[in-house]
Design a protein around this ligand. Structure first.
Ligand code: SF4
Length: 110
C-alpha cells in the first residue's frame, strides 16, 4: 500500500470519528446555550420576603412549563440571565427559569 492510500481500517476509523462528532454536537450546543438550559433549577426563594413568595405561589410559578408555547423565555415580563443561569421577571420576584411559566404569562410582542 502506498503512503497516501488509506485502507479499510482507515476508512472505518475516519467514519467512526465523524459519527462520534455528530453524536456529541447536540450536547455541546446545549452547553453553549444553543438550547435553553436543561436541568436548570430556579426555585430558591430563600432570599425573598414572605409576600413575594406568596405571590409566586399564588400565580403558580413552575420551573418547567408543560406548554411549550408558554415558557417564561417567550413572556413579555421575562429578562434572560447569563447563559445557563436563571433570569428574572418584572412581576414575579426571585430566580426565573427560561423554561418556567406562571398564570401571568403574556406573549412578548413580535
Ligand atoms: S410573568 Fe410568569 S410566565 Fe412571565 S416571565 Fe414572569 S414568571 Fe414567567
Amino acid at each position: 500500500m502506498q503512503k497516501n492510500q488509506i485502507g479499510r481500517r482507515g476508512v472505518m476509523k475516519r467514519a467512526l470519528t465523524v459519527l462520534g462528532a455528530a453524536a456529541v454536537a447536540p450536547q455541546l450546543l446545549a452547553a453553549c446555550g444553543g438550547e435553553e438550559a436543561a436541568g436548570l433549577s430556579c426555585t430558591d426563594t430563600s432570599g425573598l420576603a414572605a409576600a413575594a413568595v406568596t405571590t409566586r405561589e399564588s400565580q403558580a410559578y413552575a420551573d418547567s412549563s408543560s406548554d411549550p408555547n408558554k415558557k417564561c423565555s417567550a413572556c413579555n415580563f421575562f429578562t434572560a440571565g447569563q447563559a445557563n443561569q436563571c433570569g428574572s421577571c418584572s412581576v414575579i420576584q426571585g430566580p426565573i427559569n427560561p423554561n418556567g411559566t406562571c398564570n401571568l404569562w403574556a406573549a412578548r410582542p413580535a
